[in-house]
Design a binder for this molecule. Sequence first.
Ligand code: SAH
Length: 463
Amino acid sequence: MQLLISTTHQPATDLGYLVSKNPDRHQTFDLAFGTAHVFYPEATLERCSLALIVDVDPVGLVRGRGDADGPLTQYVNDRPYTASSFLAVAIAQVFSSGMAGSSKARAELAASAIPLEAEIPVVRCRAGEAKLRACFEPLGYAVEVQPLPLDETFPDWGASRYFHLRLRGTLRISELLQHLYLLLPALDGDKHYYVCSDEVQKLLDKGGDWLAVHPERDWILANYLKRQRSLVREALGKLLSEPEEEVESGEREKEASEHQLERALSLNERRMAAVEEVLLRSGAASVLDVGCGEGRLLGRLLEHRQFRSLLGIDVATTSLDRAAERLKLDRLPPMQRARIDLLQGSLTYRDARMAGFDAACAIEVIEHIDATRLAAFERTLFEFAQPQTVIITTPNVEYNLRFANLPAGAMRHRDHRFEWSRAEFQQWAHGVCERHGYSVEFLPIGDVDPELGPPTQMGVFSR
Ligand code: SAH
């Protein structure tokens, strides 16, 4: 399978700097499934073309696999020839700096949109030519598609599901590589490796800023994730929960002045920092993180010796697995390991394991709980677990107006059951205090809009 990338931006040979590959050399790279070759069929100041050819080892592919499709299909198939997840993996491995947009020698060029062309001789797309166009055209490409005949000697047999694809556009090299990296496997609809939660992270890393608003977003997600509904839901949730970040980075470009450092922090980062600070000031030695998700807060707390005992609880085992991975639980030295634990549990049931902590936090959790279960959540935390300090954060729905890419009336995340205004959150919080003998203080997180308030609201409850 092959990919040809060309530019007419002059001097065209600077393309070599953008992907860290010298136009004068033919290079080869070992991949898990074969070999990648990189060379330049054309390298003049006016036009430069870079070829990536991936030579898949068909016997290597078969090793260790069952023969569910029959023994012959293992050896005779289209995999070595069509653009697919093999090509995507090769792109990521061979052009990692180009895909990240980092070029030591030509940093400015890497950040600039330049005329680029990508040619892929064989792309499989069962969904047809229209889908190929629908995937690339919204990203600004002029798309040339040529259906390949099923068999050249028998033209009557008609067209196959394979296409010759040529894309032309003015964009950054990192954008072109990211588009190919995610879209080629999605169009192909097959993956040569096991698809798990890591794939969601790849989607967010490579598609975070263009996929969320792509008109074919749902189709791309479903096909990239091999139609695994739970992963698709997870990816959608994460993609759509980031409007905060997009708004912030938009603002950052406009006002690169005094608050640069503060603005450089994403809202999520600021949320974690705010909670961490309250916990440090509270003097708590033991902290319960309910709805801990992937353990982002726990990871930060582990850095402070003040917190001698940390427990994360979540209902989702996939999140807990990811938290264990992020926190490297199996590699922590024994003293550190003894300070932290993760447990599966629900916040809407009384649970003795949650009792006895100095502080508890529920960061961006209550909005995921059905309104009818909220009373049960309240009792679990404030009546039974009864920590000295409770920190709760939740979106401030009023601020949603500031998210340019969030349709009016939509919530920030698919799984949100509700989003509260400041008055609604405060009313609920005061009720909690009355019912369970706490007092509460409200603190803003993120840049406060004079009319709409902060993007995130935080209640710090004390007993
Ligand atoms: N606190 C984390 C994750 C927020 S997402 C962070 O800020 O990064 C909300 C989390 O709440 C998810 O991980 C979800 O699995 C969990 N959750 C939702 N309802 C729950 C319930 N009833 N019991 C336990 N966890 C729940």
